[in-house]
Design a binder for this molecule. Structure first.
Ligand SMILES: Cc1ncc(COP(=O)(O)O)c(C=O)c1O
Length: 370
């Protein structure tokens, strides 16, 4: 007698925890950025699983829109993207954090990835790995995060080792603040470094916010990330971007409770009157920030409704007393109706943390509308 059970084929959870990814909006954003970039090339920043949106589908869509250059964090992310075959083999994949070990250099070599380099030992690792792709020279123009101590020496060493250089790159610290003096200081320092050490090499300075704040300095290549995903990098100067991700759960339970009823962990919310409570199938393990407890809002059936009590791991409770709501109704935490930037501002953070915080158990549903 066999004790082996037969199970149905299961592809994914039936729990409604969904990040809808709108590819029409993604392509709209790409086209807007392309227009702004003018003759400069776009290096689409798709690190951290395309800011939580799902790297394969995002890269595939951008590739369909004509994108020829992508940036990820490290060799592993680059390798996964190369292996996915969603982009043509000729497409450049840049590693914005460069190389962490000789093994990374070998991966970069076999998957034809283009790391930034900042240290002498990177060149040694690349030579040992018979590297024959390209590298970027990363210089520090004022952010004091990553950059070669002696970029001129690094360029000389690359040339001696026959390592081909794509260009010189730097990153802005304050691009989202139009009037910040750092922007001009960094631009001038970067220009001076490039002019001095390798005036002939391509240059790249601007991220999304830089494309708004310093549109005249697109140089050879721009590197937008957040703008692709539809969050305005400088909200006071909107570009007309459209949100790509909408984070949705749905109403699992509705209960009418009398005044005096506590809700959720800690009983920190107590109904002050008869209240209709919707329990929604999304919690902090899906990416709903726990800090939204008692202060955030969601969008249901055309109305904004408050989050009441503490956000739980798998659930969030909503006051739906003022609307018509039913079990199964869709609940938006951010997306087309509640901008991720607004949620981020409320929490004193940035939309990047919301997108990258969306848990792996929330399904990414790819489409062109909701
Ligand atoms: C070196 C570098 N370039 C470009 C970007 C893209 O920045 P943003 O998403 O602000 O456009 C990042 C993001 O952190 C980065 O680290």
């Amino acid at each position: 007698m066999s004790h082996i059970a037969t199970y149905p084929t299961v592809q994914s959870t039936n729990r409604p925890a969904m990040a809808h990814i709108n590819h029409q909006h993604l392509q709209h954003n790409y086209a807007l950025l392309q227009e702004r970039a003018g003759s400069a090339e776009i290096m689409a920043v798709v690190k951290a699983n395309a800011y939580g949106h799902g790297i394969e589908s995002i890269a595939s869509s951008l590739s369909d829109a004509g994108c020829q250059s992508f940036a990820v964090t490290d060799a592993y992310e680059g390798f996964v993207l190369r292996q996915s075959l969603v982009i043509q083999n000729s497409v450049e994949i840049t590693l914005l954090s460069g190389l962490f070990s000789p093994a990374d250099a070998e991966l970069a070599s076999s998957a034809r990835l283009s790391p930034i380099i900042t240290e002498d030992q990177h060149i040694q690792w690349l030579q040992d790995a018979d590297f024959n792709a390209h590298v970027w020279i990363k210089v520090d123009s004022g952010m004091n995060r990553m950059g070669a101590a002696d970029p001129a020496k690094l360029i000389r060493q690359c040339r001696e080792a026959n390592i081909s250089i794509c260009g010189i790159m730097s990153h802005l610290a304050c691009a989202d603040e139009c009037d910040h003096p750092m922007n001009q200081i960094q631009f001038e320092r970067f220009t001076q470094i490039c002019d001095e050490i390798a005036p002939e090499l391509p240059r790249s300075l601007l991220n999304s916010a830089g494309m708004v704040t310093m549109p005249e300095h697109t140089m050879s290549i721009v590197r937008p990330g957040i703008a692709l995903y539809g969050a305005e990098p400088v909200p006071s100067t909107p570009m007309g971007l459209k949100p790509v991700m909408s984070l949705h759960g749905s109403i699992m339970q509705l209960r009418e409770v009398p005044s005096g009823t506590p809700v959720s962990y800690g009983a920190s919310f107590v109904a002050s009157q008869s209240t209709s409570i919707a329990t929604v199938s999304l919690g902090y393990a899906d990416g709903v920030p726990r800090a939204l407890s008692g202060i955030g809002s969601v969008y249901i059936n055309g109305s904004i409704c408050p989050i009441i009590g503490r956000v739980c791991m798998d659930y969030t409770m909503i006051d739906v007393s003022h609307i018509d709501a039913a079990v199964g109704d869709q609940v938006e935490f951010w997306g087309d109706h509640i901008l991720a930037n607004d949620v981020a501002t409320q929490l004193n953070t940035i939309s990047y943390t919301l997108f990258t915080g969306v848990g792996s158990r929330a399904q990414r549903i790819n489409g062109t509308s909701l």
